[in-house]
Design a protein around this ligand. Structure first.
Ligand code: ADP
Ligand code: MG
Length: 223
């Protein structure tokens, strides 16, 4: 990211700057925690990183590709091939089974049925949750549901995992389990950028980026 800006225009026409010329480079294999007060622009930054939202100004290269040069369809393809998302609220489809929840996004990636199921079963197994294959999300605990969401993200075989407050709905023991899982995934080579409020969660990352009022005020080793 080079000089990334984002403004919101309020109903009365007031322009509110949310990201103010953010410069950020994340190299392959890094594990970065983004911290900062509520309303500081962390989720807005994550949405730009994830190409879910376009910046108002500046340049963002994802996997070396200048996202400004991509139209929305091309950008969706680049995103599908590059990024896995994990959210605070798990975002599982309530009326779909666990295996369907993991396999369904692969349908939009154009994978064939057999490949979708094979991959979904593989990543469900990696999470140690194979026996819940045909359950519904509500039948699982919060920690289990987040592991399903992580399996869903991994099934796309992303280079980059983006997680916005992934432990925000979990107790501290379960949070630690999820963060150990992220550490293991990072050790296997996946790049991770995570937003969190909690120092206990952030300390699993190797690099800390501190955001305040839409600006990076610290970027360096985890302390
Ligand atoms: P954080 O994730 O750090 O809590 P956000 O990125 O969600 O912060 O929001 C940063 C600021 O942008 C907040 O002040 C929020 O109210 C504002 N904001 C977010 N989305 C919109 C929007 N669609 N319209 C106007 N303001 C917004
Ligand atoms: Mg947020």
């Amino acid at each position: 990211m080079d000089g990334i800006c984002k403004n919101y225009v309020l109903a009365d026409g007031t322009v509110v700057p949310i990201l103010k010329s953010v410069d950020l480079v994340v190299d392959p294999g890094e594990f970065v925690a983004i911290m900062g007060p509520s309303g500081s622009g962390k989720s807005t930054l994550m949405n730009v990183l994830g190409t879910l939202d376009r910046p108002g100004g500046g340049t963002y290269l994802l996997d070396g590709e200048d996202t400004n040069l991509y139209n929305d369809t091309e950008l969706a393809n680049l995103r599908n091939n590059t990024i896995g998302f994990v959210f605070q609220g798990f975002n599982l489809l309530p009326r779909r089974t666990i295996i369907d929840n993991i396999a369904l996004p692969l349908f939009y990636g154009g994978e064939k049925y057999k490949e979708r199921i094979w991959r979904a079963e593989h990543y469900l197994g990696q999470m140690g949750l194979s026996k819940y294959r045909d359950y519904l999300p509500i039948q699982l605990s919060g920690g289990q549901q987040q592991r399903i969401a992580i399996a869903r993200a991994l099934a796309g075989e992303p280079k980059l995992l983006l997680a916005d407050e992934p432990t925000g709905n979990l107790d501290s023991t379960t949070s630690d389990e999820i963060m150990k899982l992220f550490s293991d995934l990072n050790a296997e080579g996946i790049t991770i950028v995570l937003v969190t409020h909690e120092q206990d969660v952030a300390r699993y990352a190797k690099r800390l980026v501190h955001v305040k009022d839409g600006e990076i005020i610290y970027d360096g080793p985890m302390y």
